[in-house]
Ligand binder design. Structure first.
Ligand code: UT7
Length: 323
């Protein structure tokens, strides 16, 4: 019997502290109008001093487990996507594993920056398909506030902290119309390493470093690659934009999100947009958006959900799931 990964639950967590555009404009040469117009961002959440990526991940994970009606001891796989781990090693996922009381299987981190959630989803989906795991927790968790250069208006206004999580469970494959993950499509192009990177690291500088980005070039690459990736995901199943119920994109820039929605001829209301309140939470943006749209009843069982993301590497990908 062939197996498929079905979504069993989701959860999200945002730190309490809200940082508005106006607050940033009081200490930087920027404005609420510029940030909203160029990005769609209105505010972002910032982790409290001492609040770590693992804390955000754990809070989101607990909510996802509760939503799925299971406990940590039911899990046999945790894949945590982050570019801002608590420590260089061990993996942040192992800390979450212990805190959830999960004693078997494996927990590890995945590093694909803003595409991390799609990459983590691919790993968990594949593990379930081949029977290596039965119940997996996929987490995207970030504290980008810790790697921002707060003097650089070109980057620091764009990001926020948060975490989201999804529980996947093995189920018999009921074909393309049945519930479950249809496919994930991953890509990278390391020749573009330098257009979005952090200028530190254990092997290079011995410091955590700060995020650096050639925004305009990343933007151009994002529209191009994400358009291809969503079409690749749909074509793999003989589907088109008309079959999609919800687009749940990585939330980096409202103009990128709109461009992909238009490419698929979606109605504006079919795209889940959280960027106004969350900003770019990197690997956490998609599971946070999923959690919101499931929580308010937009995404319902049976809906076809298309996810996409692009991030440093460059890395990018798309995924289709029948919720
Ligand atoms: O999640 C990973 C993937 N990341 C992305 O997808 C991000 C992709 N890039 C973007 O979203 C956009 O490129 C940005 C939002 C980063 C920048 O928007 P842009 O329309 O590409 O602006 P720009 O970088 O071309 O800058 C336009 C102007 C510049 O001034 P001059 O040279 O024209 O005088 C910037 O210095 O806007 C200036 N600027 C700002 N002004 C006010 C840059 N940042 C700010 C700011 N406030 N915060």
């Amino acid at each position: 019997m062939s197996l498929r990964a079905q979504v069993a639950g989701c959860g999200g967590y945002l730190p309490e502290r809200v940082m508005t555009n106006d607050e940033l404009a009081r200490r930087l040469d920027t404005s609420d109008a510029w940030i909203r117009q160029r990005t769609g961002i209105g505010e972002r959440r910032i982790a409290a001093a001492g609040e770590l990526t693992s804390d955000l991940a754990l809070a989101a994970a607990k909510r996802a487990l509760r939503h799925a009606g299971i406990s940590g001891s039911d899990l046999d796989l945790i894949v945590l996507a982050t570019a801002t781990p608590d420590h260089t090693f061990p993996a942040t996922a192992t800390k979450v594993q212990a805190q959830l009381g999960m004693k078997r299987g494996a927990a590890f981190d995945i590093q694909a920056v803003c595409s991390g959630f799609i990459f983590a989803l691919a790993v968990a989906d594949n593990a379930i398909r081949v029977g290596q795991a039965r119940t997996a927790l996929v987490i995207g968790a970030e504290t980008f506030s810790r790697i921002l250069d707060w003097q650089d208006r070109g980057t620091c206004v764009l990001f926020g902290d948060g975490a989201g999580a999804l529980v996947l469970r093995a189920a018999p494959d009921a074909g393309p119309g049945g519930r479950g993950m249809l496919s994930t499509h991953l890509h990278s192009d390391g020749s573009l390493y330098d257009i979005l990177y952090v200028d530190g690291g254990p092997s290079s500088t011995g410091t955590a470093g700060h995020l650096r980005m050639e925004g305009r070039e990343v933007f151009r690459q994002a529209v191009h690659h994400l358009s291809e990736a969503v079409e690749e995901a749909l074509a793999a199943h003989g589907l088109s934009g008309a079959d999609v119920d919800w687009l749940v994109p990585h939330q980096a820039n409202l103009r990128i999100i709109d461009a992909i929605g238009k490419r698929l001829s979606l109605r504006p209301g079919q795209t889940v947009v959280t960027i106004e309140r969350h900003a770019n939470t990197s690997a956490a943006s998609i599971p946070l958006a999923l959690d919101e749209a499931v929580g308010d009843g937009r995404i319902k069982p049976g809906h076809l959900v298309l996810m996409e993301a692009l991030g440093g590497g460059l890395t990018w990908g798309a995924s289709l799931v029948r919720w």
